[in-house]
Design a protein around this ligand. Structure first.
Ligand SMILES: C[S@@+](CC[C@H](N)C(=O)[O-])C[C@H]1O[C@@H](n2cnc3c(N)ncnc32)[C@H](O)[C@@H]1O
Length: 412
């Protein structure tokens, strides 16, 4: 990237009218709406912001910090026959999952790994599969199951509704050969089959994408089929329980605690094996990123639902059943961890911060706080957002973020 212009130079180019618009945006005044098609005027959807997600993953170390947090959890889990069973409640681009599988191999190199990953986005499935080829190569006794079923049904790999169950698109993919190269070629040649399995339609209720057909794809190495036979899931036959369940950034921040508990955390909790652990991770703010977005939307609480709200609902829903589990809220000190945006030490605090760094910081702050496109668009029209970003970065020596976690474990 060429050397960036100074924030001052950018400011003079943006002009006074734009600054005025931004200041009215800050005060919450209504902006004249641009003409939009029906498609554009639909509400913000969590999974639409792919480019922001991919930019965020590559400019911040959250996914690596999450992987380190997961590794701590594994010291409490002892695998039992026939396999270590993990459920990822939202694979995303599989950065976290592939790191976790790498660590799992390091810790239990000869134990079969049965990994179920739920994902609704075909793009994520495509990117995620690419990260999996090396895993099959290093850890041959891996069974990877990809599914687009919802939270309540995915752990059992079985839709509740009989009609949906009958329409199930269940496939077994046996990887041939013995090198990562062979697996990559084979999986890439099946993109159309995956694309068909992961076709979506828009939910009339939430506006979110929902599957057209329920899909379960079971992937393993053909040369390990006999060894893995008792672990390979078959349609309608399994009732899996999991040693480890990961729910990392699985929801829209402003969705209510009751919904999160009822639709996501409680069904996942019930899928834990004896001694199994569920680790949930979400953004919690009180960091420079939230300080930055507050400069533009001072009255908006971007991350209103804390782990305490969610766990209160979980306990309410589970009632006496909760006694079989250890539901840990933990102190802030134990629950929270920090991660940062990558930046060269020489970049922050100098005469000017590079434009690409400022863009990355702005993107990450707005992304993590899940600010809707409609709100962001108004501010983007004004150049001052980069100056404000620069000030926040200089004040804090960079950009960092807080995530919080909670753990639910089933008694042995
Ligand atoms: C099921 S979730 C999380 C996927 C994966 N478990 C991970 O942590 O990256 C996938 C969606 O969550 C959102 N997401 C991921 N990380 C986020 C973060 N730190 N803050 C806000 N949203 C996030 C993205 O929109 C992404 O499409």
């Amino acid at each position: 990237m060429p050397a960036a212009k100074s924030a001052k130079a950018r400011k003079s180019k943006t002009g006074a009218t734009k600054a005025a618009k931004a200041s009215s945006a800050k005060k919450g005044k209504k902006q004249p709406k641009s003409k939009k098609s029906d498609k554009d005027s639909r509400p913000f959807r969590f999974y639409d912001n792919r480019q922001n997600y991919l930019a965020f993953i590559n400019t911040c170390n959250e996914k690596s910090a999450i992987s380190q947090r997961i590794a701590k959890e594994f010291q409490y889990i002892q695998p039992t026959p026939p396999a270590f069973r993990m459920f990822d409640a939202g694979m995303g681009d599989a950065t976290v999952l592939s790191n976790t599988m790498r660590y799992l191999h390091h810790k239990h190199p000869t134990v079969p790994h049965f990994i179920v990953a739920k994902e609704i986005s075909m793009e994520d499935v495509r990117i995620g599969l690419d990260k999996m080829v090396d895993r099959f190569s290093e850890h041959p006794s891996t069974i990877l199951v990809l599914t687009n079923l919802n939270y309540a049904e995915a752990p059992k790999l079985m839709p509740k509704d009989v009609m949906t169950a009958n329409a199930m698109n269940w496939r077994e993919i046996k990887l041939e050969g013995s090198h990562a190269y062979n697996y990559k070629e084979q999986l890439e040649s099946m993109h159309d089959v995956f694309a068909e399995g992961w076709e979506t339609q828009t939910s009339k209720v939430s506006g979110n994408p929902v599957f057209k057909r329920p899909s379960v794809f079971v992937i393993y190495r053909e040369d390990h089929q006999i060894l893995l036979d008792s672990v390979i899931p078959r349609p309608g036959m399994q009732n899996w329980e999991y040693d480890f369940i990961l729910a990392s950034q699985p929801w829209r921040a402003t969705t209510g605690a009751k919904f999160k508990a009822e639709r996501i955390i409680v069904p996942l909790t019930r899928a834990l094996a004896p001694g199994g652990r569920l680790l949930a991770i979400q953004s919690c703010g009180k960091d420079p990123a939230q300080e930055l977005v507050k400069k533009f939307w001072p009255d908006y609480d971007s991350l209103p639902i804390t782990r305490h709200h969610i766990l209160r609902e979980v306990k309410k829903i589970m009632g006496r059943e909760a006694r079989d589990f250890n539901i840990k809220e933990m102190s802030d000190k134990r629950s929270m961890f920090k991660y940062r945006m990558h930046a060269l030490p020489s970049e922050i605090g100098g005469a000017s911060i590079g434009t690409s760094t400022l863009f990355a910081a702005w993107n990450a702050a707005v992304y993590v706080n899940q600010i809707e496109d409609e709100r962001v668009e108004i501010v983007l029209k004004d150049g001052t957002y980069l100056d404000t970003t620069s000030k926040v970065l200089n004040k804090h020596g960079g950009l960092w973020f807080n995530d919080e976690t909670f753990v639910i474990s089933r008694a042995k």
